[in-house]
Design a protein around this ligand. Structure first.
Ligand code: NAD
Length: 120
């Protein structure tokens, strides 16, 4: 018996599915952290019409410089806490947010208590 391996899928053979959602204005919480900052750069490269607002408290894990290189007209950085309800509501309204991506967290559970908001 001869086993023929299946061909690798190629762009031509992979059915293209239209995007379910095209973000225009994103609120990215924790966007100065490890995953968030990488996501910001990915959006900048892959969604040229999207504008981003990063809300980050800049804890031990946050680094504003990790967002360097993203065009200022694509990115607004807000130093603040996701638990500040009025701040979050103002950003949603002022920035016409249509997409929220949530990365804000206290991920090092050995040194810090987890983020818990009582106001939201
Ligand atoms: N890093 C990983 O390998 C990994 C894997 C799976 C899931 N995750 C999850 O993804 C999320 C992000 O992970 P990460 O590695 O980027 O974490 P990180 O600690 O690097 O970044 C978290 C960011 O959240 C910010 N932040 C913390 N509390 C905040 C608050 N109250 N308001 C606003 N900003 C706040 C910090 O300043 C920081 O910039 C976490 O929920 C984590 O559990 C991470």
């Amino acid at each position: 018996m001869t086993i023929t391996p299946s061909p690798e899928p190629t762009a031509a053979s992979t059915p293209s599915t239209p995007p379910l959602h095209t973000p225009r204005s994103l609120l990215i919480t924790g966007g100065a952290g490890f995953i968030g900052a990488n996501f910001v750069h990915w959006v900048a490269a892959n969604h040229p019409n999207a504008r981003m607002t990063v809300l980050d408290a800049l804890t031990y894990a946050g680094n504003r410089a990790s967002l360097n290189g993203v065009a200022p007209d694509r990115l607004a950085f807000v130093h603040g806490d996701i638990c500040e309800r009025t701040l979050v509501e103002r950003l949603l309204h002022e920035q016409n947010i249509d997409t929220i991506v949530h990365f804000a967290a206290t991920s090092d559970s050995t040194t810090s208590p987890p983020t818990r908001c009582t106001a939201i």
